[in-house]
Ligand binder design. Structure first.
Ligand code: PLP
Length: 394
């Protein structure tokens, strides 16, 4: 990807956020100009926008195999996660046990920690060294008073994909509510909620080439849910607030594009990711893959470069215009190793030196070579500069 500036930008931080697709931007533009009415207004002008929202709702519903009545627009993935959790708990005030995992995004994890301090018993499921969840541990953790289980579909840091249907069957056999954070999964892998055991599911626009500031909460028909944001009657009383029409329309188009490109994600994007990953692991000494090598998002690779700081590598890549990430974007700025890698038991010397490359359909093979060209000397140089680290000849 070339930016207006002369500097080349290679963007491989798509799990943090994605570029807005040109089709999405074009579809949104009229809503910043002529189409400004309030969709709740009685006049025809407002009614037209209300219809546009419904058309977008249909497109969003299609990407997850839901019906339009089950789609609630929110402001982001974090809001969807919070609404799913607190909207469920307030519907079942007598049940006080919640289950989640140690590798959730902070949008869920921090809610779990908050609940622990406010009268709930919260079980955080562990993961193995590949970041995998053991369904048996979930079964053993389920209780009569388990009200909610919240597990992500795909992990933002290492890309692991979890066996949602298998886990969901366990949850439903105990009559608990199942929430799934699908913020990283949507648009990258197929999702079909028809006949599924998922009750609530979160999506976020900016992870699939729509803008930041729009999300979705899927609420399966018949699921008990108290609105988390109260006020007007928008979204059938489930999420108050005047709708963000341009972004909702943009998200509809982004979902359509994602469905159209899902095979591309799974073949072309995956082959670029595999090429980059293989060459890094083959050509850079003491480099280790983090996460599940098999059940993984097609766009993500997380690699530890032992004995050096991930941030130092990122800075050197940044000088060459390469945008990657160490740990999760939301926690970068802190030098604490990632909670996901810690939960997996990744040794300290590796957890500190982890870099996540997350690709999109807008990347090219040439960019993978460009990354390798700059990454290899950066790692070599940093190791040479690290006191006490023997030279790595390879
Ligand atoms: N859940 C996961 C798995 C994520 O990766 C993110 C963002 O990185 C979120 C939730 C939060 O989404 P948003 O940035 O839209 O609030």
């Amino acid at each position: 990807m070339e930016k207006e500036t002369s500097k080349r930008i290679v963007y491989v931080d798509n799990n943090a956020t994605t570029s807005i697709a040109s089709e999405v931007r074009d579809a949104m533009m009229p809503y910043f100009n002529d189409k400004y009415a309030n969709p709740s207004s009685m006049h025809t002008f407002g009614g037209c926008l209300s219809k546009d929202i419904e058309a977008a709702r249909e497109k969003v519903a299609r990407i997850i195999g839901a019906s339009t009545q089950e789609i609630v627009f929110t402001s982001c993935g974090t809001e969807s996660d919070n609404a799913a959790i607190f909207g469920t708990l307030s519907s079942y005030p007598d049940r006080k046990h919640v289950i989640t995992t140690r590798i959730e995004h902070p949008a869920v994890l921090i809610c779990g920690e908050y609940l622990q301090r406010h009268g709930y018993d919260v079980t955080f499921l562990s993961v193995d060294s590949y970041g995998r969840i053991d369904p048996e541990e979930l079964t053993k953790s389920m209780r009569k008073d388990t009200v909610l289980v919240s597990i992500m579909w795909a992990n933002n840091e290492v890309g692991n994909i979890y066996p949602i249907e298998e886990l969901g069957r366990i949850v439903k056999s105990f009559d608990s509510v199942f929430h799934v954070d699908a913020v990283q999964a949507a648009g990258k892998i197929p999702i079909n909620l028809k006949n599924s055991s998922v009750d609530l599911l979160s999506l976020s626009g900016h992870k699939l080439h729509a803008p930041k500031g729009v999300g979705v909460l899927y609420i399966k028909r018949g699921t008990r849910f108290r609105p988390y944001i109260m006020g007007g009657h928008q979204e059938r009383g489930r999420r108050a607030g005047t709708e963000n029409v341009p972004y909702i329309v943009g998200l509809g188009v982004a979902c359509e594009l994602a469905m159209k490109n899902i095979n591309d994600e799974n073949t072309r994007v995956k082959s670029m990711r595999d090429y980059l990953e293989k060459r890094i692991l083959d050509e850079i000494p003491s480099a280790y893959l983090n996460g599940d090598p098999i059940n993984r998002l097609p766009n993500t690779t997380n690699i530890s470069f032992e004995f050096i700081e991930g941030e130092a590598i990122l800075l050197m890549l940044d000088r060459a215009g390469i945008c990657a990430s160490s740990g999760s974007a939301c926690t970068s700025g802190s030098l604490e190793p990632s909670h996901v890698l810690r939960a997996m038991g990744v040794p300290f010397t590796r957890a500190h030196g982890s870099i996540r490359f997350s690709l999109s359909r807008y990347n090219t093979m040439d960019e993978m070579d460009y990354i390798l060209e700059h990454l290899k000397p950066a790692v070599k140089r940093l190791r040479e500069m690290s006191p006490g680290v023997e030279s790595f000849a390879k």
